[in-house]
Ligand binder design. Structure first.
Ligand code: ARG
Ligand code: MN
Ligand code: MN
Length: 326
């Protein structure tokens, strides 16, 4: 790590990153998001972390496809699409994230669609509980709240439900349908904060309200500016809490990140996204980062727009890991 970088105080090996590349698209219906990790890696992300930011990287450079986990038959269950597949993949992913996090490393997960956060958050939460006896906080940067329960979801896509499962708002006993999630995997919703929301379903608004969940929408960003919003978000989770940052690239305006499955206009500039990541880095509390929903095959002008989106994603990750601070 460079001398100007902030070492995370909750990591015993702050210079080490466990990388998990998740080539998975089963939480939604559009092919291509599974190709994001290799596109990000090919564009040089891991080399930059190694050579420019001086991290030591652990874990396979190869992308996990999890094909061995896909059940032969995966019918909808409680309105969820591909429930058995998403459950099995996120369970395996939770073990991968856990095994890095329990070593005291930073964990970087490259998605994949946002359903994978069921696995990443479950793995971080469990490891941090065991290592430090603490609960993690989650900063969820997204156009969407992804807190539908199977019953409130219109689409049945599990990438719109991860927060509900990992916080216990959506419950299921069957082990093959997320019943593997145990109390040690869970996120306390009082330690959850959203930034960037602008497309929240009616049922999700009710869930946010009823559970008193702290959320900063694009309205708040226009009103207070990104600086104040990040300050308030960090104040909400407190200065002494390990942070898991889950960044959906669709939080950025489609101008900066056009290649994504559910783009919503009126989003963050790339600079605002980078600022969020830099600010989280500066807390010294970061323990895990997810970057999700980059889909290189979705774009009007494929090559150019996909390259833009990949570049934006790389920038966000580097900022979260300490780049660009003087
Ligand atoms: N991770 C995402 N891009 N999620 C989009 C979710 C969209 C919508 N709210 C749904 O539940 O289907
Ligand atoms: Mn989203
Ligand atoms: Mn999302």
């Amino acid at each position: 790590m460079n001398t100007s970088m902030v070492k995370s105080k909750f990591l015993s090996h702050p210079e080490d990153i466990g990388v998990v590349a998740v080539g998975f698209s089963g939480g939604q219906g559009k092919a291509g998001v599974d190709a994001a990790p290799s596109a990000l890696i090919e564009s040089g992300l891991l080399t930059q972390l190694r050579d420019e930011l001086n991290y030591k990287l652990h874990g396979d450079d190869k992308v996990n496809a999890y094909n061995d986990l896909v059940p032969k038959d995966d019918p909808p269950f409680r309105n969820m699409k591909n429930p058995g597949t998403v459950s099995a993949v996120t369970q395996r992913l939770s073990e991968q994230v856990y095994s890095h996090a329990k070593e005291g490393r930073m964990v970087l997960t490259l998605g994949g669609d946002h359903s994978i956060a069921i696995g990443t958050i479950a793995g971080s939460a469990k490891a941090i509980r065991e290592r430090l006896g603490r609960e993690i906080a989650v900063i969820w940067v997204d156009a969407h709240a992804d807190i539908n329960t199977p019953e409130t979801s219109d689409s049945g896509n599990i990438h719109g439900m991860p927060v509900a499962f990992v916080s216990g708002l959506a419950k299921e006993e069957k082990p093959e349908y997320f019943g593997w999630l145990k109390p040690e995997h869970m996120l306390n919703v009082s330690k959850l904060v959203y930034i960037g929301l602008r497309d929240v379903d009616a049922g999700e608004k009710r869930i946010l309200r009823e559970n008193g969940i702290r959320a900063f929408s694009m309205f708040d960003i226009d009103r207070y500016g990104i600086g104040r919003v990040v300050e308030m978000a960090l104040a909400h989770i407190g200065n002494d809490t390990p942070i898991h940052l889950s960044f959906d690239v669709d939080a950025l305006d489609p101008m900066w990140a056009p290649s994504t499955g559910t783009p919503v206009r009126g989003g963050l500039t790339l600079r605002e996204g980078d600022f969020i990541c830099e600010s989280v880095h500066l807390t010294g509390n970061l323990v895990a980062v997810d970057l999700v929903e980059v889909n290189p095959s979705l774009a009007a002008d494929r090559e150019a727009e996909a390259a833009e989106t990949i570049r934006a994603g790389c920038s966000l990750v580097r900022c979260a890991l300490g780049e660009s601070l003087l």
